[in-house]
Ligand binder design. Structure first.
Ligand code: ADP
Ligand code: ADP
Ligand code: ZN
Length: 216
């Protein structure tokens, strides 16, 4: 059983890595961003509430995320472990997670912190192209085989509303204020592992595998 959280600022490469790691280790990829965007597309009550925050680059309220992640982690596919992507993002979310994981007896093995500097993050986010299936590409750094089309599912790629320059800056500010303190939080819990996220996708993948292999 592997119980892992991928951590890092917006654009660090969490989604890109998580997609590959989930296939490689055969554990479920739980992306709160993907779940929220799915709900926005479907127009659910959750989606309608979340969209207001997401469009502004703000975090969706903790109680909403905590309920969502509790439900997701207690689904049966998580019996073999999980790969969290985009959760937790605040101290209250992390405290709630510890509680949930204690109760289901699946404590975190590692929190993998993907480190990338702000200038590179802005480049990555402003060139990102996304697919509804959860895949993401980059117009320069990781282009799809056919321009504008998802390799994985053939759907048309789109640019996320929150991947515009002004919203990107806001998301990075929110990260620094609310999410970054979790680095120390998980350092203190002795589960934090830093990975250099500035390398190319394959090198970052290998670095993460070095850590995850210990928990196979
Ligand atoms: P990125 O991968 O670029 O960091 P995500 O897809 O993880 O973006 O998240 C997109 C948006 O969804 C966030 O800006 C936020 O509004 C919302 N969101 C996702 N996860 C969380 C969370 N754990 N807590 C609060 N809001 C979240
Ligand atoms: P996150 O989920 O952390 O917000 P993504 O995985 O969506 O980040 O990656 C953000 C953007 O950067 C995407 O356009 C992706 O194709 C690109 N990207 C991801 N990893 C790398 C990398 N190692 N080098 C260059 N670009 C990358
Ligand atoms: Zn796709």
């Amino acid at each position: 059983m592997m119980n892992i959280a991928l951590f890092g600022p917006p654009g660090a490469g969490k989604g890109t890595q998580a997609k590959e790691l989930s296939k490689y280790y055969n554990i479920p990829h739980i992306s709160t961003g993907d779940i929220l965007r799915y709900n926005v597309r479907e127009g659910t009550e959750l989606g309608l509430e979340a969209k207001v925050y997401m469009d502004k680059g703000e975090l969706v309220p903790d109680d909403v995320l905590i309920g969502l992640i509790r439900n997701r982690l207690t689904e049966s596919d998580c019996d073999i472990g999980y790969l969290l992507d985009g959760y937790p993002r605040t101290i209250p979310q992390a405290d709630a997670l510890t509680d949930i994981l204690d109760r289901i007896n699946k404590p975190l093995d590692a929190v993998i912190n993907i480190e990338v500097n702000d200038e590179e993050l802005v480049k990555r986010l402003s060139g990102r192209r996304s697919c509804a299936c959860g895949e993401s590409y980059h117009i320069m750094f990781n282009p799809p085989e056919k321009e504008g089309i998802c390799n994985a599912c053939g759907a048309k790629l789109y640019q996320r509303d929150d991947d515009r320059e002004d919203v990107i800056r806001q998301r990075l500010a929110v990260y620094n204020e609310k999410t970054k303190p979790l680095i120390e939080y998980y350092e203190d819990a002795d589960v934090l592992v830093n990975v250099n996220g500035a390398d190319d996708v394959d090198a970052v993948f290998k670095a993460i595998c070095n850590t995850m292999d210990q928990f196979k």
